[in-house]
Ligand binder design. Structure first.
Ligand code: AVI
Length: 334
C-alpha cells in the first residue's frame, strides 16, 4: 500500500494516541493491565515468529499438521452444500500475517477449481506485501487481493461482494483465544454479518490439555516468551518516553482452570516508580505487583461449537490431531 508522508505521519500520531490511552487506562486500573495488541511492534512480531518455532510451543506445528493432512477435505467441505451442490470458493484470511500455514489450503483450492482469489487481511502491510509476492510466485493460480485493516475494530468486515462464489474465511492460529469470550463472540458475529448463508468460517482453536504442557508453551526454557512479554515495556519506553527497566519485571505464566485460560503477567521485582512522559503519567509499583498482559483461552470439547452457533454458524466439520491438542472447525453461515 502506498501512503503519502502526511497520511503516514497522521497514522503514526493515531497509533501513539492509542498506545498512550491504553497505557493510561491499563496502568491506572487495579490490578494493572496492558492490552495484548501492544505486543506486536516490529520486535514483538519477530519474537512471536520465534515462539512459533519453539519445541514447547506445540500450537503452530500441530495446527500445520492438521491443515496439511486434511486440506482437501476441508476445501471440499467448504465448497459443498448440505443439498449436495458444489461451489467455487474464494478464500479470505483474518490476521493473515505471512500466511505461512495457509498455503496447503490454497493449493488444495487450486487443485479443485484451477484458480482461487485469496484475500488476506492484516494490520501489517509489510507482512501482506511479502505474503502476496511469495504466494503468487509459489502457487500459480492464486490471485491475491490484500487488505490492510484492523479487523478487530470498526463496524464490520466489509469484504467485497463475491458473485457466483462462496466465501471461506480463515481464522486460524488460535487467535480467537486471545479475546475474552464475549468479545470472541462479538468478533465472529461481525464476521458472520459480512457473509452470505452457506459461506464458511474455518476456526483454529487450542484445546485444554495437561497443565504442564500448557505452562511450558508460555514459559519456554530459552526465555523467548519472557522476552516477548517484556517487549511490551520496551515499546512503552520507545513510544511514550517511559523509563521501565524491563529486567526489573519477571515473566509469569499461569494456568487459570476456572476461566480455562493461560494468563501472562509481568511482576515487579521491587517497589518502583515509572514515568511515562508522553502519556503524562506516573505509576507506582509495589514489590510483587503485576501487570496482566494476555489471556490465551483453551477450549473444552463442545465450546468452539457453542461459540460458532452463538455467532450464527452451523457445524460443518471438525479436524484434530491424534492427541487432541488442537482443533480446526468449519462453521457454515446460517
Ligand atoms: C497469537 N496468539 C494465538 C498467541 C497465543 O498462543 O495466545 C500469542 C502468544 N502469547 C504467548 N505466546 C504466544
Amino acid at each position: 500500500m502506498i501512503m503519502s508522508v502526511a497520511a503516514s505521519a497522521v497514522a503514526e500520531l493515531d497509533i501513539q494516541e492509542r498506545v498512550a490511552a491504553a497505557a493510561r487506562e491499563g496502568l491506572t486500573s487495579q490490578p494493572k493491565r496492558l492490552p495484548p495488541w501492544l505486543f506486536y511492534d516490529e520486535e514483538g512480531s519477530q519474537l512471536f515468529d520465534a515462539i512459533t518455532e519453539l519445541e514447547e510451543y506445540y500450537l503452530t506445528r500441530t495446527e500445520r499438521c492438521i491443515l496439511a493432512r486434511n486440506a482437501e477435505e476441508m476445501i471440499a467441505a467448504a465448497a459443498g452444500s448440505p443439498s449436495g451442490g458444489q461451489a467455487r470458493l474464494r478464500i479470505a484470511e483474518l490476521g493473515a500475517g505471512s500466511a505461512e500455514k495457509t498455503r496447503v489450503l490454497l493449493r488444495a483450492a487450486v487443485d479443485r477449481q484451477r484458480s482461487v482469489i485469496y484475500e488476506p487481511i492484516d494490520v501489517s502491510s509489510t507482512a501482506l506485501d511479502g505474503a502476496r509476492e511469495r504466494i503468487e510466485r509459489e502457487i500459480p493460480g492464486v490471485h491475491v487481493i490484500s487488505r490492510v485493516t484492523d479487523y478487530t475494530h470498526g463496524p464490520g468486515l466489509h469484504l467485497d461482494a463475491c458473485y457466483g462464489e462462496r466465501r471461506l474465511v480463515l481464522y486460524i492460529g488460535s487467535s480467537i483465544g486471545n479475546f475474552e469470550p464475549a468479545d470472541a463472540e462479538r468478533l465472529l458475529r461481525r464476521v458472520r454479518a459480512g457473509l452470505a448463508p452457506g459461506d464458511g468460517l474455518l476456526l483454529g482453536v487450542d484445546l485444554v490439555k495437561d497443565e504442564s504442557l500448557l505452562l511450558a508453551a508460555y514459559d519456554d526454557a530459552a526465555g523467548v516468551t519472557a522476552a516477548f512479554n517484556r517487549n511490551i515495556l520496551t515499546r512503552l519506553n520507545r513510544e511514550l518516553s517511559a523509563d521501565f527497566d524491563p529486567q526489573a519485571f519477571a515473566h509469569r505464566a499461569l494456568w487459570n482452570p476456572a476461566a480455562s485460560r493461560i494468563e501472562m503477567h509481568l511482576e515487579s521485582r521491587r517497589a518502583q516508580r515509572i514515568h511515562l512522559a508522553a502519556a503524562d503519567l506516573e505509576v507506582d509499583f509495589a514489590e510483587g505487583e503485576t501487570i496482566h498482559t494476555e489471556n490465551s483461552y483453551k477450549f473444552e470439547p463442545g465450546q468452539a461449537e457453542d461459540l460458532l452457533a452463538a455467532a450464527g454458524f452451523a457445524p460443518a466439520g471438525r479436524w484434530t490431531d491424534p492427541s487432541e491438542w488442537f482443533a480446526v472447525y468449519l462453521g457454515r453461515a446460517k
